[in-house]
Design a protein around this ligand. Structure first.
Ligand code: MN
Length: 285
């Protein structure tokens, strides 16, 4: 199933070039008041709601996909976890390019572990990226995004797949510079996730997915998740060894070689096998 959030927080099922509006199913979620629990209640309930979503999709009104505004399919992650330099050839390019490494030693992911992006940075593809610090290099990083489906605390690598609700395309937008990653990568709109969530039953082998991005039609990055340094299971194990992952938490699995700058007016087109493609406009904040 391909699940999207669109327009004014409507819930949709994507079928070919159309979106079925299944928003009435959201009424089944428990009504909540302050203080709201952490995590995303829709993703937490997804297994239970799935029969109702599928039934609603059969009779729901259709909208052409091209006419809807696509938001992040996850509304309320408690954490956005990200893997730095998790492709060997990106590590090599980062070490070779002073505009990426900024006189800091680029250590291997085995030493530095993971980092967090602010959840307030999260947007969907139709919202676009609003660049700040235009005097500095602002880069695209295309990545496979995992969406956690159930509470995961100290999960062994071999069990990782049971905790994943699905997959999406992630853009880990980045200001290059000397500051901590979490600062430079947490600017509003610097985490694009979309175009929808593909549930894990639809991706036969997430360890063999081609991912790519082009800017203004020019190919920039193209790689396959088989070349990840730390694989998907190891990433879930590592993240959940430090903090409990909650439903809706997002793991950005790392970007391959070919990162490069974007400027206001650019258009990014990112794609991953079995998920789809998304178009993201870049503007000045
Ligand atoms: Mn990244």
């Amino acid at each position: 199933m391909r699940l999207c959030r669109f327009d004014d927080d409507r819930l949709g099922v994507v079928m070919g070039d159309e979106v079925r509006d299944v928003t009435p199913v959201v009424e089944r979620l428990p009504a909540r008041r302050w203080p709201f629990p952490k995590g995303d209640p829709l993703i937490e309930a997804l297994d239970d709601l799935r029969p109702a979503i599928e039934a609603e999709a059969k009779r729901a009104p259709m909208r052409p996909l091209a006419q809807v505004k696509l938001l992040s399919p996850v509304a309320n992650p408690s954490k956005i976890v990200a893997a730095p330099v998790n492709y060997r050839r990106h590590l090599e390019e980062a070490r070779a390019d002073a505009q990426i490494h900024f006189q800091k030693q680029v250590a291997e992911i085995q030493q530095i572990g993971l980092f967090l992006k602010a959840t307030s940075a999260l947007v969907g593809p139709s919202e676009g990226v609003a660049l700040r610090y235009l005097d500095r290099r602002n880069d695209h990083e295309v990545e496979l995004a995992l969406v956690i489906g159930k509470r995961a605390d100290r999960v062994p690598a071999a069990d990782w797949a049971r905790y994943v609700a699905g997959y999406a395309i992630g853009l880990d937008m980045t200001i290059r510079g000397p500051e901590e990653r979490s600062l430079r990568k947490s600017v509003d709109s610097y985490c694009v996730v979309g175009p929808w969530l593909v549930t894990s039953d639809e991706i036969a082998d997430p360890t063999q997915l081609t991912l790519s991005i082009a800017v203004n039609g020019e190919p920039r990055q193209k790689a396959n998740t088989r070349d990840l340094v730390l694989g998907l299971g190891t990433l879930v194990e590592l993240a959940s060894s430090f903090y409990t992952l909650l439903p809706g938490d997002i793991i950005l699995t790392g970007t391959p070689e070919g990162v490069g700058p974007v400027r206001p007016g650019d258009v990014m087109n990112a794609a991953i096998d079995g998920i789809g493609a998304m178009r993201v406009e870049v503007r000045a904040a």
